[in-house]
Design a protein around this ligand. Structure first.
Ligand SMILES: Nc1ncnc2c1ncn2[C@@H]1O[C@H](COP(=O)(O)OP(=O)(O)O)[C@@H](O)[C@H]1O
Ligand SMILES: [Mg+2]
Length: 335
């Protein structure tokens, strides 16, 4: 997608690899992605598709033995991959914040909420008065914030813990929040509340959000734009309405088939098989073995991401096949 000035996040050709005993695992294989000011982008795909690796690379937080081996990442115009550790830390505290899946493992169980918030603010060089802490907790809808500052994490529910994490993320007034499965550990009613809170932050402050989720139903309710990721690559991207109404890639169609519906007689259709093994050398379309619409050409030929009028899709059906069909139709017409 063409780079615009209002992009808070711009990723180009990102390659992430984990060096393992079995050889390299290519978790991210040439991802281009952007998030504009005020936008909520959903990065969707099954577990193991490289969603977390993509976000962690942006934050310079890839755990060993993960490494960025190619590409380019810009946050607010800054070339993230060239920043020193100190500069990265400062970027994390000022422009971009991350919210993870499991608040209990992110919060320190041995310290009170107030102390942990103070520490986060101190690291970011922000003033940490009691008034500010109370206000931050109020902003994320925590009742009795003064009392909560004196609680240990285990004294709060999962939803409240995640609100605390969001309060810490918001303390630096970020332009961009990277949220990696922020509601996966929560039950559905609390999930809805946390998503509402994030949406409110987006609406009221214009904070851009990249939401990683394996749940297309969540993304469809929450995001403006969706990028579907499979086996380390983007396979489809477009506005949420267009992707849901007219999914082009068979993988996206498969994910939509997995969303439970309440209408009678609409069965769930799981996608057969498993996510491709990223330690293998994937030559053609990684979805080929699981694809209901595959053609022989898909096995060995990797399709580029095609722009079909604002919609991006990586499928031979919209590349080679459509071209071949058109060409065949023209040949036939000329006879
Ligand atoms: N520490 C690690 N060592 C080796 N491979 C890893 C490690 N972490 C993740 N991977 C591999 O990287 C790929 C992408 O993982 P991840 O980014 O966590 O996917 P997602 O967030 O979409 O579930 C997977 O194949 C996974 O097995
Ligand atoms: Mg993940």
């Amino acid at each position: 997608m063409a780079a615009g000035n209002n992009e808070v996040l711009s990723i180009q050709g990102l390659e992430v690899s984990y060096q393992t005993d079995r050889g390299p695992v290519r978790a991210v294989r040439g991802v281009d992605l952007s998030v504009r000011e005020g936008e909520i982008l959903g990065l969707v795909g099954e577990s193991g598709c490289g969603k977390s690796a993509t976000l962690l690379a942006v934050m310079g937080l890839l755990p060993f033995p993960g490494k960025v081996v190619g590409g380019n990442v810009r946050v607010n115009g800054l070339d993230v991959l060239k920043l020193s550790k100190k500069e990265l830390r400062s970027l994390r505290g000022s422009t971009v914040a991350m919210v993870f899946q499991d608040p209990m493992s992110t919060l320190n169980p041995a310290h009170k909420i107030g102390a942990q918030m103070r520490e986060a603010l101190r690291v970011h060089g922000l003033p940490c008065t009691q008034d500010l802490l109370v206000r931050l907790l109020q902003e994320v809808g925590i009742p009795s914030p003064e009392a909560v500052l004196g609680y240990y994490p285990h004294q709060l529910s999962g939803g409240m813990q995640q609100r605390v994490m969001i309060a810490i993320a918001l303390s630096c007034r970020p332009k961009l929040i990277l949220a990696d499965e922020p509601t996966t550990a929560l039950d559905v009613t609390i999930e809805a509340q946390i998503l509402d809170l994030l949406r409110q932050i987006n609406r009221e402050r214009g904070t851009a959000i990249a939401l990683v989720t394996h749940n297309l139903a969540v993304a469809s309710q929450f995001c403006h734009r969706i990028a579907v990721m499979y086996a380390g690559q983007i396979v489809e991207e477009g506005s949420v309405e267009e992707v849901l109404a007219n999914p082009l890639h068979p993988y996206t169609q498969g994910l939509i088939g997995c969303i439970p519906r309440f209408q009678k007689g609409v069965p769930l259709t799981p996608i057969p098989g498993q996510v491709a093994d990223l330690s293998e050398n994937l030559e053609g379309c990684a979805f080929y073995p699981r694809c209901a619409k595959r053609e022989p050409v898909c096995e060995k030929t990797l399709q580029d991401l095609l722009d079909t009028g604002g919609r991006l899709v990586r499928c031979q059906r919209y590349g080679y096949l459509e071209y071949a069909e058109t060409a065949a139709a023209q040949d036939w017409g000329n006879e």
